[in-house]
Ligand binder design. Structure first.
Ligand code: TPP
Length: 371
């Protein structure tokens, strides 16, 4: 079935692919230059090693929680490389690999998950909003920033990351509708990883696909193989150019799979089968690109080993830097909310200050020991 959206792109249910599952180029597709393809491979390998390290840090008690990007690296690497450094990213909690690909210090990326109250990095410096946990709120932020930039005449495109579950939120609807009506320069990048915690896509929507929702909003919709980094890069780059040219937003659905549980606090075996996970393992985005690069002579054993060593070094430095207890001041969270704190905030701050003071004076065993 092919439906025409308001653009020259036919909205097909068949996701755009540049490399098939065996790493062979799809018919008639022009691939990015070899150096760029190799660079994408490098980012994928470093991104996954970072992700594995972050997951291990939760087991070592260094992180409170970690929502893994395992399996979704091609989505995050491809999308981030498709925008300019001057464009803005609006990530969710899932996008740690995207932020590392953006060049943000991995320790800063993990600051919130380590238990601090702030996002760790400077959003203005990196043009990357704080990772949002409330679903779809970041979609509205992206539209607001993009619309304001357009009014101010700034050359900025906003890339809003959204999960498949979050597409059911009212905020997502409002963001898509406003962006389409005002032709805001936004790309909505939905990673359809098939689940919203335990809720499968079939219970999330009755639409033919998430991309098809674009038709109702009057914007182009594209479906892309989210485990094909070359295809993600191509589709997002086209959408970014479309937005930059004043043509308005695009809804991109990247079809992928979350290989790990929702977070380390979830048991995915309660709602999906190992056969399903194994089937997706065969579509691994790194294996696919590696096969292709080897086949065309851009990568060999030595190249693979060199990139693996670089990723290992990245993880080792992260491990070392995370292997300390951060010094946190819980009172800090009250300081930057309002220029003039509200009476309620003052009251809460006073309560916490009293608790902390009592804890500091209490004998070993903490405040409970006094009760
Ligand atoms: C407004 C809101 N409602 C509910 C939640 C609880 N919650 C956290 S993650 C999640 C699932 C989101 O799934 P999806 O959007 O598909 O993203 P994914 O986690 O798969 O990346 C839910 C329901 C929340 N964080 N915010």
């Amino acid at each position: 079935m092919t439906v025409l959206a308001e653009t020259s792109h036919p909205l097909s249910l068949e996701p755009v692919q540049l490399l098939d599952e065996h790493g062979d180029p799809a018919d008639g597709q022009v691939l990015p230059p070899a150096a760029q393809r190799l660079q994408m491979y490098r980012r994928l390998v470093v991104g996954r090693r970072f992700d594995r390290q972050a997951a291990a840090l939760t087991r070592q008690g260094r992180l409170a929680v970690y929502p893994s990007s395992n399996g979704q690296e091609a989505c995050q690497v491809g999308a981030v490389l498709a925008v300019r450094d001057t464009d803005w990213l609006f990530p969710t909690y899932r996008e740690s690999v995207a932020l590392v690909t953006r060049g943000i210090d991995p320790v800063e990326v993990l600051t919130l998950l380590r238990g601090d109250w702030h996002c760790g990095y400077d959003p203005y410096h990196h043009r990357t909003a704080p990772q949002c946990t409330p679903l779809a709120t970041q979609a509205l932020h992206a539209v607001g920033l993009a619309h304001a930039a357009r009014l101010a005449g700034d050359d900025v495109v906003a890339l809003a990351f959204v999960g498949d579950g979050a597409t059911s939120e009212g905020d997502c609807h409002e963001a898509l509708n406003f962006a389409a009506v005002y032709r805001a320069p936004v790309v909505f990048f939905v990673q359809n990883n098939q689940y919203a915690i335990s809720v499968p896509l079939a219970k999330q929507t009755a639409a033919s696909s998430l991309a098809h929702k674009a038709i109702g909003y009057g914007m182009p919709g594209r479906r892309v193989d989210g485990n094909d980094v070359l295809a993600v890069y191509r589709v997002v780059r086209d959408a970014v150019e479309h937005a930059r040219a004043g043509q308005g937003p695009t809804l991109v659905e990247a079809v992928t799979y979350r290989m790990d549980a929702h977070t380390n606090a979830d048991d995915a075996s309660r709602y999906r089968t190992s056969a399903e996970v194994d089937a997706w393992r065969k579509r691994d985005p790194i294996t696919r690109l590696e096969r292709h690069l080897r086949a065309v002579g851009v990568l060999d054993d030595a190249g693979v080993a060199e990139i693996a060593a670089e990723a290992e070094d990245f993880a080792a430095r992260l491990r070392e830097r995370m292997n300390t207890d951060p010094v946190l001041d819980p009172m800090e969270m009250f300081r930057h909310v309002y220029a003039e704190p509200t009476p309620q905030l003052r009251e809460q701050a006073a309560l916490l200050a009293a608790e902390l003071a009592a804890e500091a004076e209490a004998p070993v065993g903490g405040v409970e020991a006094r009760a």
